[in-house]
Design a protein around this ligand. Structure first.
Ligand code: PAF
Length: 281
């Protein structure tokens, strides 16, 4: 596996590979790789000639009081995990390589970025879309792989790629869960053992919603209230939101029909966790 920290060298190598008609898959990450990331890398490796994994803790997607400084980082373990999963290239730029002095261009996907997580994280998706756009320009992937856990991010990146004719296929991959159902996330390491146990309530509430839908319930308000009740049993520190929305537009629905996204964000201690489920109704 080749490791690059500088953009020009990486671009040169990729141009050389593309001249030989090699297909390129990109797995953008912020590092501290877990089984969720590994599943994305393995999928890319199975579908492309060359898999690029980027590791970059992107400062522009963190709010002023968020965890940019303390976000977990372990470059050695990440390189090992990426190599074992089948990555050919690891791209790990320092912040000033991506945002040199005088940097001032951002991508904002209207109509989607200020909903759900965007309500409490106002500039988050502007930072995500901007860095992913930059990574697409640098790597010029044929396909790019993202976890369904960040459902809103996946919808926003899909729209950005379509709206800006980026010519990259965006591929969403299933959520990988712990045994008790907690979605894998680099931020799970922040949880104390008590918070960790209580955090399984996120997926319990999603499964409760799924069971209600399977039993014929279509009223979003009733499902929402049942989910809140399940979450409250685990005494969360904050329920940021529980929302039932159209899976493509992210607009709230009153009656469930078509592809529906049920998404939530809940804080245990200082750790904000998100999870979701997509149902075909
Ligand atoms: O999902 C993430 O880890 C990040 O938001 C991403 C897509 C790598 C952009 O920094």
């Amino acid at each position: 596996m080749r490791i690059y920290h500088k953009i020009p060298e990486l671009k040169e190598y990729i141009a050389f590979q593309k001249a030989k008609w090699r297909s390129v898959g990109l797995v953008p990450t912020m590092g501290f790789l877990h089984e969720g990331h590994v599943s994305l890398i393995e999928k890319s490796a199975s579908e492309n000639d060359l898999t690029v994994v980027s590791i970059f803790v992107n400062p522009t997607q963190f709010g002023p009081n968020e965890d940019y400084e303390t976000y977990p980082r372990d470059f050695e373990a990440d390189s090992q995990a990426a190599r074992n999963a089948g990555a050919d290239i690891l791209f790990a730029p320092p912040p000033d390589e991506m945002y040199p002095d005088g940097y001032g261009t951002y991508v904002y996907v209207e109509g989607l970025s200020d909903l759900l997580c965007g309500k409490s994280r106002p500039d988050h998706f502007r930072g995500v879309a901007s860095v992913v756009c930059k990574l697409f320009n640098i790597v010029t992937p044929d396909r790019a792989y993202f976890g369904q856990k960040d459902a809103q991010q996946l919808v926003i990146i899909g729209k950005m790629a379509r709206d800006l004719n980026m010519g990259v296929k965006i591929i969403g991959c299933p959520i990988i869960r712990e045994e008790d159902g907690l979605a894998k996330s680099s931020r799970n390491t922040y949880l104390s053992s008590d918070e960790r146990k209580r955090a399984a309530a996120l997926c319990r509430s999603l499964y409760r919603a799924q069971e209600m839908v399977q039993a014929g319930q279509r009223n979003a308000g009733i499902i929402h209230d049942a989910m809140i009740q399940t979450l409250k049993e685990a005494s969360p520190d904050l329920i940021d939101y529980v929302e039932i929305v159209n899976a493509d537009t992210l607009q709230p629905v009153e009656l469930l029909a078509g592809r529906v996204l049920i998404a939530l964000a809940v804080r245990f201690g200082q750790t904000r966790l998100i999870d979701n489920i997509v149902l075909e109704v």
